[in-house]
Design a binder for this molecule. Structure first.
Ligand code: F6P
Length: 472
């Protein structure tokens, strides 16, 4: 029976060594949470890195066995590969470039060599498990070369590729010394998906200008096959978040938070620690808000959850220091004996606690400088069973294309952010409910299951079209 093979750099489960032995917990990030609910169907399997360096063969064997029971297959990275492929090329070269922070990008041949080797390693892992007729679905910027590597091994195979982060404009993408090889790698797929039409448009423009292929109407003709490029805005498991919000555990947490927070209005912010998320800019806006709105002193708290991420990468270390300093400065300037303006947490939270925080939050402040989609804002919407609450959302997040009823802001415009925070705090309940209802309709309809089925149907369609064209 044909299966779907999902491949991403990181598995949806992280393995950690503890004093009691190996511990398995969910991974952070949109990809893991988004696809987590579908990969266990049938014989499907998810191939990826379990997130830790393992030296001992016995440990590797143990992890492999444990993961196999959960439809996962590990690809182990050496310490050098973690440094040069994961922290290096993926997160010091591609990540900053694709998020329009090209001034942070490192162009290093050793990183590029490691990137090619690790993509090859993933290719070998897929070849071990793939059979004719399987559908292969490659995810994200860490594996841009993999589609072409797989195509070479299995010319007839069905390969989809989805990019979870933005694709930059040609003028930014062209800065990469390996731009053509990266595009050729992606062009091994039959279908290439992005979150937004703009990302798809930028990609097509790079293909036409760098590779010189014809790209009319979202189809690329490479002389052998037609490759389809389109936008598939990713959704969340709406029902999971909606029902979690009414669960007993969440209710108990909500009661605990309400008691602790008393009459405070809550502004919630949740991100991985990343410069693309605009955390310092958000803190500066909150500081300015406090300065300009003394009537809200003692009445509003910014609850800021920052999930540790890529902490070995220099820019991330520096960002952590910047955030620590800003939070310290703001709290020390404004706090009173009975009020702390910012509650700052640097760790991950269990999903029941997140659900309770979404429920009690009057405002979700989601203000990335650049974000492929951003699923946190969708989780907030799905968790708002009473439909009260306001979403402040950056125009630079892919989600802003779908959520016109959010209060949209430009994260570089501090003044606008400050005015919008005040507007959100003063928004009448009736308006909150109307806006939230519209957004819930969209997030519920275009959920993760819809996303998977649209992508898979389109992949099947392009395969049929390719066959029809071959027999013409
Ligand atoms: O969702 C985008 C993404 O970059 C994923 O590819 C990634 O797994 C996640 O964010 C978290 O990043 P990392 O795997 O580097 O911790």
């Amino acid at each position: 029976m044909p299966k779907t093979i999902i491949i991403s750099n990181r598995l949806p489960i992280k393995v950690q060594r503890t004093e009691e032995g190996l511990a398995y917990e969910s991974s952070e990030g949109g990809l893991a949470t988004g696809l987590g609910s579908i990969y266990k169907q049938g014989d499907n399997v998810w191939i990826g890195w379990p997130g830790t360096y393992f030296e001992e063969d016995s440990e590797k064997k143990q992890v492999r066995q444990d993961l196999h029971q959960q439809s996962m297959h590990p690809v182990y990275l050496t310490e050098g590969e973690i440094r040069d492929f994961y922290e290096g090329f993926s997160n010091e070269t591609l990540w900053p470039t694709f998020h329009y922070f090209s001034q942070y990008a490192v162009y290093e041949d050793t990183y590029w060599e490691a990137y090619q080797r690790v993509n090859q390693k993933f290719c070998e892992a897929v070849m071990e498990l793939a059979s004719a007729g399987d559908t292969i679905w490659v995810h994200d910027y860490q594996l841009l070369l993999l589609p072409a590597m797989l195509r070479e091994q299995m010319p007839e195979s069905t390969i989809g590729f989805f990019q979870h982060i933005p694709f930059p404009s040609f003028e930014v993408f062209r800065l990469l010394p390996w731009r053509e090889q990266l595009l050729q790698g992606m062009l091994g797929a039959d279908l290439i998906g992005f979150h937004t039409y703009d990302d798809a448009r930028h990609f097509l423009s790079s293909v036409s200008r760098i590779v010189g292929l014809n790209t009319s109407q979202g189809l690329i003709d490479n002389g052998f096959r037609n490759i389809m490029v389109d936008a598939f805005p990713m959704g969340i498991d709406y029902d999971k978040y909606a029902s979690l919000a009414t669960s007993e555990e969440t209710h108990a947490k909500i009661a605990e938070y309400r008691e602790a927070l008393q009459e405070q209005r809550i502004i919630l912010s949740i991100d991985r620690l990343d410069y693309s998320k605009g955390i310092p800019q958000r803190l500066q806006a909150f500081e300015l808000f406090l300065k300009e709105n003394p009537d809200f002193h003692g009445k509003v708290t910014l609850s800021m959850l920052v999930v540790p991420s890529r902490d070995q990468v220099e820019m991330y270390k520096q960002l952590k220091e910047t955030i620590d300093e800003l939070v310290g400065r703001i709290n020390s300037s404004y706090r009173t004996i009975t009020w702390t303006p910012i509650q700052y947490f640097y760790r991950s939270f269990p999903i029941e606690e997140l659900s309770a925080l979404y429920s009690v939050a009057d405002i979700a402040l989601v203000t990335p400088m650049r974000d492929g989609m951003n699923l946190v804002c969708k989780e907030y919407i799905a968790s708002k069973v009473d439909r009260k609450g306001v979403l402040i959302l950056s125009e630079m997040a892919g989600a802003s294309r779908e959520l016109a009823d959010a209060l949209l802001i430009n994260p570089n415009d501090l003044g606008q952010m400050v005015r919008t925070i005040r507007e959100a705090l003063l928004m009448p309940e009736e308006e909150q409910i109307t806006r939230m209802e519209h957004m819930q309709e969209i997030v519920q309809r275009y959920n993760i299951h819809h996303w998977v089925s649209i992508f898979m149907n389109r992949l099947e369609y392009i395969k049929e079209k390719q066959k029809a064209m071959a027999t013409e």
